[in-house]
Design a protein around this ligand. Structure first.
Ligand code: C5P
Length: 361
């Protein structure tokens, strides 16, 4: 369990963004949260977290890139929550004390308040990194309890794979790997922050667009197809059915009306169905491969440059070509990597970024 040397070098983890390919909201719970059925996938687009045991009395976090105060809180809260869950059962200390303070460094690439669960994935990565830095264990049930206490999207990242997510977000059933090549995904996030709580509040107030149940049917059907073997091309062909299968679309449009025009403008430019991840405002566009997504990102960038595409927001949108993350690249969604491999894309909101090789255009 405990290798004292292990704690001398920092633990480095990639914390992937998530995408909702479907998002059915099936009811309201007594605790005010909503019941969901969603096919969620991890992306190669990731933040990078490094963590080491520190001599200081308190945990610390240094953030590089665009991270709001909420992200800071969530990472520090994750470290504190996992420490108290490990508690005095920690075998690394000779006197049976709590696990020691940690110094963390977070490189943000995933845009904030975007529907990509940037803060939640950092929290999941912080949980896993803290355990590894301490050489401590926590069984799967207790990990899940800590994760769910930090946020509804956090449990998904413990699975490290595409999954069906149900309940408030705590019921995560992993799906098998996709066949062959990883599907390409173009992300376009207008520079507007959308509050998830406000979008769910609008939904609860009755702002809905579709027949109740039709998104749930699509979501279950996708999960079934995925289980019986899906590849990038078939997923690409399903985009027209998946893009409207998000029950929060109307509520997001009520909270941030400009997202509707943004989606239409992208659809006109790319001639492809445009989906929304979670409560938005990130728009997703599926492609058979990363190369196709890169080509589409170039078209979006060119159209932004020459004024053919005008998207709402306070600044240039985040335009990013990536892929659905293949399985088998780590025991959890917060993948352990060597420092040299850890860069993927850039956090610069002013330029298109592409995963795999860290290329920027
Ligand atoms: O759990 P988390 O803090 O990420 O959720 C943010 C907000 O989104 C909650 O305060 C709640 O209003 C809403 N929410 C919900 N049902 C869910 C997840 C989130 O109503 N399943």
């Amino acid at each position: 369990m405990t290798d004292p040397n292990r704690r001398l070098s920092p633990v480095i983890r990639l914390a992937p963004a998530k995408l909702n390919l479907t998002l059915a909201v099936t009811g309201r719970r007594p605790d005010g949260y909503h019941e969901l059925h969603s096919v969620m996938v991890p992306l190669r687009l990731s933040d990078r977290l490094s963590m080491a045991v520190s001599e200081t009395a308190a945990d610390s976090l240094f953030v590089q890139g665009d991270a709001g105060p909420k992200t800071d809180n969530l990472v520090l809260r994750a470290m504190a929550a996992v420490r108290s869950a490990v508690g005095r059962a920690w075998l690394g200390g000779s006197s049976g004390g709590l696990p020691p303070a940690l110094a963390a460094r977070l490189q943000k690439t995933i845009p904030l308040a975007a529907g990509l669960a940037g803060g939640s994935t950092d929290a999941a990565a912080a949980m896993e990194a803290a355990l590894e830095a301490w050489g401590a264990e926590l069984d799967a049930d207790r990990r899940l309890t800590v994760a769910a206490s930090l946020g509804s999207d956090v449990p998904f990242f413990l699975a490290g794979a595409a999954a069906v997510v149900e309940g408030r977000g705590e019921r995560v059933t992993p799906l098998p790997s996709l066949r062959r090549e990883a599907p390409g995904v173009l992300l376009v996030t207008p520079a507007i922050h959308v509050s998830t709580a406000e979008v769910f509040a609008a939904f609860a107030a009755g702002v809905r667009a579709r027949d109740p149940g039709s998104t749930l049917l699509t979501s279950r059907h996708l999960a079934e197809e995925w289980r019986s073997g899906l590849d990038a091309t078939r997923l690409f062909q399903r985009a027209g059915v998946l893009a409207p299968a998000n029950d929060l679309l109307a509520a997001t449009a009520a909270v941030a009306p400009t997202v509707v025009a943004a989606r239409r403008a992208l659809a006109r430019l790319l001639g492809r169905p445009i989906g929304q991840s979670g409560s938005g405002p990130t728009c997703w566009v599926l492609y058979p491969s990363l190369a196709d997504a890169v080509e589409a990102a170039g078209r979006v960038d060119g159209a932004l440059d020459n004024g053919d595409l005008v998207l709402p927001g306070d600044g240039r949108p985040f335009v990013h070509a990536t892929t659905i993350k293949p399985d088998g690249t780590g025991a959890s969604g917060a993948q352990t990597v060597e420092p040299a491999q850890a860069d993927s894309g850039s956090g610069d909101r002013s330029r298109t970024t592409i995963d795999q090789g860290g290329t920027s255009e």
